[in-house]
Design a protein around this ligand. Structure first.
Ligand code: NDP
Length: 307
């Protein structure tokens, strides 16, 4: 069986930052890239808010840079998915792609979270061409344009108010006749004049042409259909942390995110650390994920030293 010191699971900004730090600390990390090499950022277009890129950079290029930086210090970056893991005793045992067994002294979990989508064919067709699940990342491209946000929770309200500050008009498409968001968030929405809430409406189709999104077809619960011209279509119907293989082994919070000791990356299992969106339902930014990847690497290094 292959034995490694540090196993990093996931290849978003958290994973690669952990890899950069642990390889520079001579811990010879092995990183498995997972289902979506490069993580969620590879599905966005331009990234303009990651410090150090004054002209902005595409998500794919930025992840390629992070990968190269990890490789430069000797991180062993591999294609593959951890399909099973046993965290009940040390060294931890993981199975890669259902066949390859690997033993690790420490594990850093950076498996991220995935945005939920409605599942419409047209929505998938225009993903990255007007369809986005991150207003903070992509809202800026729709300055002074009309956009729609789907959802009625805190994220949807927060994203709608953020978009309202840069866009001309924001339609908030809510399937129920009320918002699930906190009262304060609801008030912000209702007090923003360029947000129109469409209660009891569902999205039937995202409309578009070769340039991207041009509108959305909504249907009310009474059955009335209507096309609204918009250029950006934002999903804010929740995220799910990618924790399948860790269920029953690591303590999760009520939303299913990995619980860590506040201010650290330490999970409920000694020697297992978590970083990035898999433990963060609040900030979900590339830079916060990268920062927490650094924290996890330092926690891991100190823990290994103490062993
Ligand atoms: P939530 O699960 O709270 O809300 C999801 C929303 O999307 C609900 O309104 C839900 O509708 C709607 N929805 C789900 N599926 C569909 C669908 N298929 N079609 C249409 N609408 C759909 O997720 P959030 O991301 O908003 O929030 C997650 C957690 O993070 C919450 O605990 C929230 O309070 C917290 N949060 C806090 C913030 C803050 O305090 N600043 C900011 C952002 C999030 P329905 O109500 O009908 O189920």
């Amino acid at each position: 069986m292959e034995k490694v010191k540090v196993l990093i699971i996931g290849s978003g900004p958290a994973g690669f930052t952990s890899a950069i730090y642990t390889s520079r600390a001579n811990l010879s990390p092995v990183l498995y890239e997972g289902i979506e090499p490069g993580g969620q950022l590879t599905t966005t277009t331009e990234i303009e808010n990651f410090p150090g890129y004054p002209e902005g950079i595409t998500g794919t290029l930025m992840m390629e840079d992070l990968r190269k930086q990890a490789l430069r210090f000797g991180a062993d970056v591999r294609r593959g998915i951890i399909t099973d893991i046993d965290l009940s005793k040390r060294p931890f045992k993981a199975i890669v792609d259902h066949e390859h067994e690997i033993e690790a002294e420490a594990v850093i979990v950076c498996t991220g979270a995935s945005a939920k989508y409605l599942g419409l064919e047209s929505e998938a067709k225009y993903r990255g061409m007007g369809v986005s699940a991150c207003a903070t990342c992509d809202g800026f491209f729709y300055r002074k344009k009309d956009v729609a946000v789907v959802g009625g929770g805190d994220t949807a309200c927060e994203e709608a108010t953020y978009l309202a500050s840069i866009c001309r008009k924001v339609y908030l498409i809510v399937r129920k006749n009320y918002l699930r968001a906190s009262k304060a968030m609801q008030e912000r929405v209702f007090n923003t004049p360029n947000i129109e809430v469409l209660f009891e409406h569902n999205t039937k189709e995202v409309l578009g042409d070769e340039e991207g999104v041009t509108g959305v077809r909504v249907v009310s619960t009474a059955g009335e259909e209507r096309d609204i011209p918009i250029m950006g279509f934002f999903l804010a119907i929740g995220h799910h942390p990618n924790v399948e293989v860790f269920k029953g082994q690591l303590e999760l919070d009520e939303q299913g995110y990995i619980k860590v000791v506040p201010g650290t990356s330490k999970t409920s299992v000694e020697g297992v650390f978590a970083a990035g969106d898999v433990k963060d339902p609040h900030y979900r930014q590339a830079i916060t994920a990268a920062g927490s990847g650094c924290i996890a690497a330092l926690d891991c290094e100190r823990w290994l030293l103490a062993q």
